[in-house]
Design a protein around this ligand. Structure first.
Ligand code: ATP
Ligand code: MG
Length: 393
């Protein structure tokens, strides 16, 4: 079937009152961005409270659907046949061949739902419904009408042109990227943080990311894995600016000077401090992590309390109440799982204590951090001034 356009339906943004156009325009931009990655050219327009993507050239149907199902803010994608108005008889012919092609020549129930966007069409919607229903039943005797629960809801919209469609592919929902400010994702090579970035991104938040790299303890390949993960998340959120921070010196200092059972907590506190510093420079309004209560020693309520204490920006932890399996399910759905499980060492897995504290006390941690006083300011400055920026898209 050759569809000339896709009608794009959006949900929540439809109820945004006076700001509605801001959300619609953002959605149009995101659709254009996403379609610019597929072969063919498209005209994406907003007309009478709807968004259409018109194909201006040949295109691959599956590729376009794949692109549109990665755009936050879309709830439904309807492939549409567009015809000229050359009278009702011709319309009936078009509708019948549309049904034959899209639903096959086998029994099903249907309902016609006509809508007149221009009132000078010679029949009203009710008349179109009845007459078209009759024409279909006559031409396709294996079909029947069911006005309550039809297998096929045949939509006919009469505007300057006529739009015919019957299929709606489910979209992701959420809010269009760029409508909710920006946040800094602490992106490791694990399973959880890419999912966390995706979840906050789904609410329209632009994502920037920071990765803590500890060469030579962590390899170039481990860094590449994080770049690959950022690219996967960027398929949904748009380009992600990834800040790669060289964390080796700070990690070694912590290892040398602080109690080993507190290594992870102290290290996480420095990660948060550095990420927050970069976040503020980039005008981010919050930090995002993939933490989940109780998953590991550094994610008990006590530990989270100690890590959180160094942050002044809000820290968004969208998977905080999720079981690991729930997070894995999402990572499989969004396509990050296979990359996340590649076996490259993360800096945290190298400098871990055998018996980390699970109930750290904030004042004890703060006290022990003073062991770093002589060196840490300079090291923080070096880490911040040697950040490598990689744009992932
Ligand atoms: P994942 O790595 O997928 O997030 P995890 O269970 O390995 O899960 P931790 O290592 O305890 O989690 O880290 C908790 C959170 O801290 C991560 O979700 C991530 O947001 C951040 N984080 C951990 N290590 C790094 C790193 N090397 N670079 C950037 N952020 C990190
Ligand atoms: Mg991790």
């Amino acid at each position: 079937m050759k569809y000339q356009a896709f009608l794009i339906k959006y949900g929540e943004i439809g109820v945004k009152g006076k700001n509605r156009y801001v959300f619609e325009d953002a959605l149009v931009r995101q659709i254009r961005r996403s379609l610019s990655r597929v072969e063919g050219s498209f005209n994406v327009t907003k007309e009478s409270g709807r968004i259409y993507a018109y194909a201006l050239s040949d295109y691959d149907y599956d590729e376009v659907v794949e692109a549109l199902t990665h755009v936050f803010g879309i709830i439904g994608i309807c492939p549409v046949v567009v015809t000229e108005d050359t009278g009702f008889e011709n319309l009936a012919k078009d509708v019948i061949s549309f049904l034959k092609e899209t639903h096959g020549e086998k029994p099903y129930t249907f309902k016609v739902n006509a809508r007149r966007g221009r009132k000078n069409y010679p029949m009203n919607s009710m008349e179109i419904n009845q007459e078209m229903g009759y024409q279909v039943l006559t031409a396709l005797p294996y079909t029947s009408v069911d006005v309550h629960k039809p297998d096929v809801l045949l939509q006919i919209e009469i505007r300057n042109k006529i739009y015919i469609y019957s299929k709606e592919i489910k979209g992701l929902g959420g809010m269009p990227t760029g409508t909710a400010g920006k946040a800094m994702l602490l992106l490791s090579g694990g399973i959880d943080s890419p999912v966390a970035g995706y979840m906050i991104g789904k609410r329209g938040v632009e994502i920037e990311a920071t990765y803590f790299h500890a060469p030579p303890y962590t390899s170039e390949r481990a860094k590449q894995k994080v770049v690959d993960l950022a690219k996967e998340v960027a398929k949904f959120t748009g380009p992600i600016k990834l800040n790669v921070v060289n964390f080796t010196e700070i990690q070694l200092a912590i290892y040398e000077k602080c109690p080993h059972d507190e290594l992870t907590i102290i290290m996480r506190r420095y990660m948060m401090r550095i990420a927050e510093n970069l976040a503020k420079k980039s005008k981010c309004l919050g930090l995002i992590t993939g933490e989940s209560i109780g998953q590991v020693a550094s994610q008990t309520m006590h530990s989270l309390n100690c890590t959180n204490a160094v942050c002044t920006l809000p820290v968004y932890r969208p998977v905080i109440g999720f079981d690991k399996q729930d997070i894995i399910d999402i990572s499989q759905n969004i396509g990050t799982f296979d990359t996340s499980i590649e076996p490259y060492e993360d800096c945290c897995t190298i400098f871990v204590a055998k018996h980390p504290v699970t109930k750290p006390l904030l004042h004890v941690i703060e006290n022990d951090e003073h062991h770093l006083d002589d060196v840490i300011d300079e090291m923080m400055e070096r880490a911040l001034s040697t950040v490598e920026v990689i744009v992932c898209e």
